[in-house]
Design a protein around this ligand. Structure first.
Ligand SMILES: [Fe+2]
Ligand SMILES: [Fe+2]
Length: 474
């Protein structure tokens, strides 16, 4: 499964054997590059960046590292190797051979699923477009750009499926994916969280820790799909996604580390003093966590959803780790716990497992976020600082599902409008918080130097030294 880099579009799908498809994608390629030059990393097109590029889809050692100008990055089409005799593992078609072509009756649903996933990829590049101008170090700048080029490749992954399997409609969707813009009033990206701003590096790290993790769980559910090309595409994307999660988790951990070091050194917990020292106080980091966690929670959709039930019953989208789960993979008659609000109290109830698959995927994601928070908390613990991070209640600051229209505290209490008005500034980033974080956003590009609010990493990328010249400016 090595990748052919001698063609205009690197691929491991034998693209040259399908001339019509190859031509269609070669026609889309300049439009993608035009989008990249308009909406990709600002003022960074001529910089040489120490990027990894996939050279094989083999789980071990697929990456090659070298300095590349981002517009010259070899975006391409990489699918995980086929599993021989792969079967559909769940739903009404369980046990049948996985589909190599789109079944006619699921065509529009599958197209919608692929477009919705595909739309998030360029959206995040657009959201992160200006961050390179305020990077806290060359190391972090390189990580931002690595995430950006790979989100661009994830767009390629989805556009390939659209072109290869959805004919004229698919090509139209491929064009529309380059036309929508994150945050645009007239032509926004499809999902709300992908229209939010990512204005500073704390937001960027929270986004990659939390929202890219939503990506991981969506891809994981789609990797189970009975539509085999989608499954194989998502399996390879997941290997790239792991680095994005690392960038976010370690980025926030390094901010926590820096703040805790100053708390110990100056024997203070006072946010104002820590801010004066150029660090981000831990309660502000907690508020950013609350914000990103609640906004991303909404991406999973309503707790009870007939769409989710249909996706599953029809074999289009499975559960996280579907194939490893030990049950009948049909879910008829089984139940799953969900929350509800009854007379201003949050109650637990049970609902059919089939219609609560959004909630189940959200719960899997929450457990994964929570283990990251546990790892963050080792930082203050090690340094003897008493502060601990925690996740807010599921119902906190939600806009979709049963909690819509209620105000729920991070502890899970339903609040009156007045109480929410008094209290929410303690729980969500205030304008003052955001302005303060923004005020720290300088630009540090001397190799081995780091901004005041973040500790250096313990090791560099690809075992390079921390003061390696990860980005060379033209
Ligand atoms: Fe992605
Ligand atoms: Fe990602």
């Amino acid at each position: 499964m090595s990748i052919n880099y001698s063609e205009r579009i690197p691929n491991n799908v034998d693209l040259s054997s399908n001339k019509a498809l190859q031509r269609a994608l070669e026609h889309w390629q300049p439009a993608f590059l035009q989008w990249w030059s308009e909406m990709g990393p600002d003022k960074s097109q001529t910089s040489e960046v120490y990027l990894r590029t996939a050279v094989s889809v083999d789980p071990k050692g697929w990456a090659h590292f070298g300095h590349v100008k981002m517009p010259d990055y070899r975006w391409g089409i990489f699918l995980a190797p086929p599993e021989s005799d792969r079967r559909i593992n769940f739903g009404a078609h369980k046990g049948e051979a996985a589909w190599q072509e789109v079944p006619g009756e699921y065509r529009s649903t599958l197209r919608r699923i692929i477009v919705t996933q595909g739309d998030t990829e360029p959206a995040s590049v657009e959201q992160q477009r200006h961050l390179g101008l305020t990077c806290p170090s060359l190391y972090d700048l390189r990580n931002l750009f690595q995430v950006n080029v790979e989100e661009g490749r994830h767009l390629w992954a989805m556009v390939y499926l659209l072109h290869a399997h959805f004919g004229r409609d698919g090509r139209d969707e491929g064009e529309a994916l380059l036309e929508r813009r994150s945050g645009d009033a007239d032509n926004p990206r499809i999902l709300t969280a992908f229209n939010e701003k990512t204005p500073d590096w704390l937001s960027f790290f929270m986004f990659t820790f939390i929202t890219d993790r939503d990506g991981k769980f969506q891809l994981s559910a789609l990797a189970e799909s009975g539509f085999d090309p989608l499954s194989r595409t998502c399996r390879f994307m997941l290997t790239e996604e792991a680095h994005h999660l690392f960038v976010g988790e370690s980025g926030v951990a390094r901010m926590i580390q820096r703040t805790c070091e100053l708390m110990v050194e100056h024997k203070t917990e006072d946010p104002a003093k820590l801010r004066a020292l150029g660090a981000i106080d831990l309660p502000t980091i907690q508020r950013y966590l609350n914000f990103h966690f609640s906004v991303t929670s909404d991406l999973y959709g309503a707790e009870v959803s007939s769409n989710a039930a249909n996706f599953y019953a029809n074999g289009l989208k499975g559960r996280h780790d579907e194939t490893k789960l030990d049950d009948d993979h049909q879910l008829h008659g089984s139940e799953y716990p969900v929350m509800d609000v009854v007379a201003d109290r949050i109650v637990d109830k049970h609902a059919p497992a089939l219609s609560t698959l959004n909630e189940r995927l959200r719960d899997d994601w929450i457990a994964d976020v929570a283990s990251g928070i546990t790892r963050w908390n080792r930082v203050p613990e090690k340094l003897g600082v008493g502060f601990r991070f925690s996740l807010p209640h599921k119902g906190f600051n939600r806009r979709i599902g049963v909690f819509t229209g209620y105000h729920v505290s991070p502890q899970g209490k339903v609040l009156s409008e007045a109480d929410w008005t008094h209290m929410h500034g303690q729980w969500l980033p205030s304008n003052d918080d955001r302005q303060f974080v923004q005020s720290l956003m300088g630009r540090v590009v001397e190799p081995g130097k780091f901004a005041s609010y973040i500790a250096p990493p313990t090791i560099g990328i690809n075992r390079q030294p921390v003061d390696f010249e990860y980005v060379r400016f033209a």
